[in-house]
Write a protein that binds this ligand. Structure first.
Ligand code: PLP
Length: 454
């Protein structure tokens, strides 16, 4: 066991032992010995404590967390009201299974989801992860349409189960060695203006991509047999790809014309991350099914599927569920997490402006920042070796991440080519602390570009 340092008394980042320090190194050795090689740890530190936007490692270093445990801590680590609700629930009922008997927190959360989800989406099922929620959304869509085929996007990420990895085009590390995958999947190109081969304006990129998708679903072996199109309203793992505003309305129209369901994967972009409760609200589109996860659980494992009544009621009784899905402690925490997110939403505009300005300056300063993009509190710097060829530079992303750690920042990488640094800060982070973190990021990038990331 590593010795746990006491709660740090600092309101900002503080490096006391160059990371990874000795305790983090000892943890890494245990990881190598006892944990499957298939699990990769992105940052070489062992974490002991976190609160709000700050995280402390086993060597006493304190970092500003710009990753939020992969987009989970949208209102910071351990919001007091969420922790109180979870503790209170622990004292009453930890588990009975909603397949055995009903209980209040599940029903309360379902009612709350009907209230906050786009109009007409009134019925829910709760699960233990985003991956499991995607599985269920697809089962429901197939039951409702009685069709088998699914359309997703090459640069998408929908989770780690065999179905979920069938829904992405990224071979390594997600799919390699795990086949055969689900066959009835078509992978289309997402509307990403930066990587449009013909550099067309965004509205045209949206139109062309939807026309291509229409071509795919009208292929003879597929025509009339598509159950659903699955789409992230902003692609997260793909590198914070914000589609042109025309993309989702065009997808919606195509789905309506062809009797196909639109499944909106809000696991990463939803729950306040973009400044609206759901990212699809930016696109003035109502999906048939909305998949939630991550931040809704307030730090506890959660997945949700919420949809139109006729769709959600298509599967037969007993066909959906799971021992732990919608656990009472998770639902009690989620109810408070949703309140906290709602309360923090008005803060996102100022945060977005601060991030946009500072990342814009980094873009100006460095040729190898090919694009800066984002919305709300969901941003990426995409690195390239040359701005003209746009050849991806994954090493620069990794070097910036390493330099960030030494500077007191937890940074995550992302992107189909692993060449992005993505920012998922808490939406209620104090602006002066975010500005400090952005200064540190700029410094980390300077170090990485100069080959001094360590
Ligand atoms: C858009 C999206 N969908 C689904 C998932 C899978 O969620 P989980 O990791 O909770 O299974 C993720 C996880 O990163 C995600 O970003």
């Amino acid at each position: 066991m590593t010795k746990r340092p006491s709660t740090p008394r600092t309101r900002g980042p503080k490096i006391v032992a160059v990371p990874p320090g000795p305790n983090s190194k000892a943890a890494a050795a245990r990881k190598t010995k006892f944990i499957s090689n298939g699990v990769r740890i992105g940052l070489p530190i062992d974490v002991t404590w976190a609160e709000g936007p700050l995280v402390c490692d086993a060597d006493g270093n304190v970092y500003v967390d710009l990753g939020g445990g992969i987009g989970v801590q949208t209102v910071g680590h351990r919001p007091p009201s969420v922790i109180r609700a979870a503790k209170d629930q622990l004292d009453r009922l930890t588990h009975i299974s909603f397949m055995v008997a009903s209980y209040g927190p599940y029903l309360d959360l379902a009612e709350r989801m009907a209230d906050i989800c786009p109009p007409g989406l009134t019925k829910s099922i709760f699960l233990n992860s985003g991956s499991e929620a995607i599985e269920n959304a697809v089962k429901i869509a197939r039951a409702a349409t009685k069709q088998a085929w699914l359309v997703s996007f090459k640069t998408a990420f929908h989770g780690r189960t065999l179905l979920d990895i069938s829904l992405t085009g990224k071979e390594k590390p997600y799919r390699e060695g795990f086949g055969p995958l689900v066959r009835e999947v078509l992978l289309a190109d997402y509307a990403c203006p930066y990587r449009d081969p013909e550099n067309r304006p965004p509205a045209e990129v949206a139109k062309v991509r939807v026309e291509e998708l229409e071509g795919l679903i009208n292929r003879p072996e597929v025509a009339g047999r598509v159950a659903a199109v699955l789409a992230e309203p902003v692609q997260g793992e793909g590198g914070m790809i914000v589609p042109p505003k025309e993309f989702f309305p065009l997808l919606r129209r195509l789905c309506d014309e062809q009797g196909i369901l639109l499944i909106d994967d809000e696991v990463q972009a939803g729950a306040g991350r973009t400044g609206r409760m759901w990212a699809i609200e930016h696109w003035n589109t109502v999906p048939d099914i909305l998949v939630s996860g991550k931040a809704i659980g307030g730090g506890l494992p959660f997945g949700g599927v919420t949809g139109k009544e006729a769709v959600m009621d298509a599967p037969g009784p007993g066909s959906l569920g799971g021992t732990f899905g919608g656990n009472p402690v998770v639902c009690a925490a989620a109810l408070k997490a949703v309140d906290e997110i709602e309360r923090a939403l008005p803060k996102v505009k100022r945060l977005e402006a601060a991030i946009r300005k500072r990342l814009g300056e980094m873009h100006e300063a460095h040729d190898r920042v090919g694009e800066v993009r984002g919305i709300g509190a969901m941003w990426a710097l995409e690195f390239v070796k040359d701005p003209r060829t746009k050849e991806p530079d994954a090493e620069l992303a990794r070097a910036t991440q390493r330099a960030g750690l030494r500077n007191g920042l937890l940074l995550l990488t992302a992107g189909f080519y692993n060449n992005c640094i993505r920012l998922l800060p808490p939406i209620n982070i104090p602006i002066p602390l975010m500005e400090k973190a952005l200064d540190l990021l700029a410094d980390s990038l300077d170090m990485a570009v100069a080959g001094k990331a360590g």
